[in-house]
Ligand binder design. Structure first.
Ligand code: BTN
Length: 323
C-alpha cells in the first residue's frame, strides 16, 4: 500500500470515529483535497469502509479483515517471536513453507497465510483453512533432545489457551494440543521437527485458530465439533491485535520453558486441561490404550491408568473421550 493511503488510514484510526476533513488530511500529508478523495476511493475498493459527509469529513467505519503485518510490527511487544514475519495471501501450507525456510531462517520467524490450499492437520488429516482464521507456523530452534519435543507442544497449547482466556473465552486443552471451548475445537496445533542424532535442529509449530471463521464455511463434519472466537464472543475481532497477543504469550511461555522447571508448566497445563480425570481411548502408532487420564509426566507424556490399574505413558497419539 502506498504511503499516503497508509497515512490516511492511520489518521482516521487515531480519530476514533470523529470526522476528519479532507482539508485537514491534505494539510497533514502535503497533498490537495482532490488527491485525498482519490485515495479514499482507492481505499474503499480495497475493502476499507470510509464514510464521508461533505460538511464534516471522513470516518473509518471498518477495515478489511486482513492481518496487517506493518501494524503488527508496531504493536508487537516481543523480542524474538515475530521479529521476522512472512505474510502471504495464500499458501499450500504454512508448515510446509516454514519447513522449507527453517534451515536459514532465524529463530522466532513466523509464516502466516490468509488461506491455505492444503492445510495439514495431525495424523495426516486435512485442516480446512478458510478466510477469517489465523493460520501460522512458528520456527523455533531450542537446544533440546528429540525426546523433549512434546513439551514444546504442551507449551504452545498453554499459550493459545491463555491468549483466549485473557479475552474472556473459556478455553481448555484436550491432550495433546487441541484447544476447546465448551467442548468444541477452536484451535489445532501441528508440531513438526527436524532432528539429527536425537537432537532437535528446528521445530515448526503450526497453529490454526478459528478466529473470525464463519462456521457455515466449514464442512459439515468439521463444523459440528468446531467453534470460533467470533462465535463465542458474538462479534468478529481484530486479528492483527489478537496475533500480537498470541505471539507475546508464546514468547512468555517459551522463555519459561527454557528457564524454569518443566514441573511448573505441567501444573499449568493440568489446570487448563480438559482431559485429566476423563476416560479416554488413545490410539498410538502401535496400540489402542483405554483408561482414565490421570496426569502428565516430567517428559510431557500423558499418563493413562487402564482397568487393571496398569500405568501407560503416552508421548504421542490421538485421544478420544469415552465418557
Ligand atoms: C490438528 O489436526 O488439530 C492440527 C491442525 C494444525 C493446523 C495448522 S494451520 C497452520 C499450520 N499449517 C498447516 O498446514 N497446519 C497448521
Amino acid at each position: 500500500m502506498n504511503d499516503n493511503k497508509k497515512s490516511i488510514i492511520s489518521i482516521l484510526r487515531k480519530s476514533e470515529g470523529t470526522p476528519v476533513s479532507g482539508q485537514e488530511i491534505g494539510e497533514k500529508l502535503g497533498i490537495t483535497r482532490a488527491m485525498v478523495w482519490k485515495y479514499i476511493k482507492a481505499l474503499r475498493k480495497e475493502g476499507y469502509d470510509v464514510r464521508s459527509s461533505p460538511k464534516t469529513g471522513y470516518i473509518l467505519d471498518s477495515c478489511p479483515d486482513k492481518v496487517d503485518p506493518e501494524m503488527l510490527q508496531n504493536i508487537l511487544k516481543t523480542s524474538l517471536i515475530g521479529n521476522d514475519v512472512r505474510y502471504y495471501s495464500e499458501l499450500e501450507s504454512t508448515n510446509s513453507t516454514a519447513r522449507e525456510i527453517a534451515p536459514s531462517a532465524s529463530e522466532g520467524t513466523v509464516v502466516l497465510a490468509e488461506t491455505q490450499k492444503n492445510g495439514r492437520g495431525r495424523m495426516g488429516t486435512e485442516w480446512q483453512s478458510v478466510p477469517g482464521g489465523l493460520w501460522l507456523s512458528l520456527i523455533l530452534k531450542p537446544s533440546i533432545p528429540l525426546e523433549n519435543l512434546s513439551k514444546v507442544t504442551l507449551v504452545a497449547g498453554i499459550a493459545v489457551a491463555n491468549t483466549l482466556r485473557n479475552m474472556g473465552v473459556d478455553a481448555h486443552i484436550k491432550w495433546p494440543n487441541d484447544v476447546l471451548v465448551k467442548g468444541k475445537k477452536i484451535c489445532g496445533i501441528l508440531t513438526e521437527v527436524s532432528a539429527e542424532i536425537g537432537k532437535v535442529d528446528y521445530v515448526v509449530l503450526g497453529i490454526g485458530i478459528n478466529v473470525n471463521v464463519k462456521l457455515p464455511d466449514l464442512k459439515d463434519d468439521i463444523r459440528r465439533d468446531s467453534t470460533s472466537i467470533a462465535n463465542e464472543i458474538g462479534k468478529p475481532i481484530d486479528r492483527t491485535s489478537f496475533l500480537a497477543s498470541l505471539l507475546y504469550e508464546l514468547e512468555q511461555q517459551y522463555i519459561r520453558f527454557k528457564t524454569r522447571q518443566f514441573a511448573e508448566i505441567v501444573d499449568e497445563w493440568i489446570n487448563l486441561s480438559d482431559t485429566i480425570g476423563r476416560n479416554v481411548k488413545v490410539t498410538t502408532p502401535i496400540k489402542l490404550i483405554e483408561g482414565k487420564a490421570v496426569g502428565i509426566t516430567e517428559k510431557g507424556a500423558l499418563v493413562v491408568l487402564d482397568k487393571n490399574n496398569k500405568k501407560h505413558e503416552i508421548i504421542a497419539g490421538n485421544c478420544r473421550y469415552s465418557d
